[in-house]
Ligand binder design. Structure first.
Ligand code: SAM
Length: 294
């Protein structure tokens, strides 16, 4: 490619590919894939479809969790010998919930030039259409598969003042939205971006409770691939440690004042806050863990 500087090593190109609609291939992507001598692909059968019309066959390497340890040193050798390599995932941008991090890390460590060919990414496409605050966002990728672990992770993210972007297989949407409802409450703003760029695309913004009903009542929403976006916390950018706060307030202030401040800052009810302060003033060791979930 023309952008290549006059040096001896090859360049590792990180190539974004369509997330559904093949019309989203960039001209640079097409040009590179017609001539790059070596391709490292998450699944070579999937990436092969992007090479139609190419005269010569590139050298292929498989790069995924099963093949990475074998392919990675070979790819670094290829790059050091002066050949360019294109890294592709099955769809979207490599390294975004997709393989490639170790290769890019190793390339930098070896002093190899790394250059991105930017393009489709489901997370960014979803954010751009969701109508939720986009000045700050947190890319979470996939939540844990098990419900208890998923809820625990959502609890950790609950106070984040940034739009949360989650990848979800559409068949799990109802389960994940049930968890979001339990942890974040029904009013938390949310958006669903499903089957983006494809025939049966859904882009729908509704609070969590309504979005759950929307998905429950439409079985077709359980098909395909989805991004779920959850609005950031508006109450606090910092998670309040209710336990530590109760300890400090109980030691420093009269009970009713301590309970009032604890309730206001932590989101605990006045009754819960009063009990927490009383427990601490009585020095009881059997006190309950404080939680301010809805
Ligand atoms: N690297 C990819 C990217 O840049 O978006 C993501 C790969 S990750 C293994 C696959 C997940 O991305 C899917 O489970 C889904 O959450 C999301 N995704 C991929 N294509 C999508 C699409 N067309 N519409 C909505 N979500 C999509």
């Amino acid at each position: 490619m023309k952008e290549k500087p006059d040096d001896e090593g090859g360049t590792l190109w990180i190539v974004a590919t369509p997330i559904g609609n093949l019309g989203d291939q960039s001209l640079r992507m097409q040009e590179l894939l017609q001539q790059v001598p070596v391709i490292a692909a998450e699944d070579t059968r999937v990436s092969r479809r992007l090479l139609s019309g190419r005269a010569s066959e590139p050298r292929w390497f498989s790069l995924n969790e099963h093949t990475e340890s074998r392919s990675l040193p070979l790819l670094i050798e290829v790059l050091e010998s002066g050949q360019d390599v294109a890294l592709l995932s099955d769809a979207g941008t490599p390294l975004v919930s997709d393989p490639g991090y170790r290769l890019v890390d190793a390339a930098h460590a070896a002093g190899i030039r790394v250059s991105p060919l930017p393009g489709p990414c489901a997370a960014i496409a979803a954010l751009s259409a969701a109508g939720l605050a986009s000045n700050r966002f947190w890319f979470e990728g996939f939540l844990p598969a098990r419900r208890a672990a998923r809820r625990a992770r959502l609890r950790e993210l609950k106070s984040l003042a940034a739009t949360l972007i989650v990848y979800v297989p559409a068949r799990d949407l109802v389960d994940v939205l049930e968890d979001a409802l339990a942890v974040l409450g029904p009013e938390r703003p949310a958006a669903l971006a499903r089957e983006l760029t494809k025939l049966h695309e859904t882009v729908c913004r509704k609070p969590v409770g309504e979005l759950l009903e929307f998905c429950r009542s439409r079985p077709e929403q359980a098909k395909g691939e989805a991004v779920l976006l959850l609005g950031g916390s508006e109450t606090s950018a910092v998670a309040i440690d209710a336990e530590a706060l109760a300890d400090e307030l109980a030691a420093a202030l009269p009970p009713s004042r301590a309970a009032g401040i604890l309730s206001r800052l932590s989101g605990l009810s006045r009754k819960q806050a009063w009990a927490a302060i009383e427990q601490r003033r009585g020095g009881r060791s059997d006190r309950e863990t404080l939680t301010n979930e809805p």
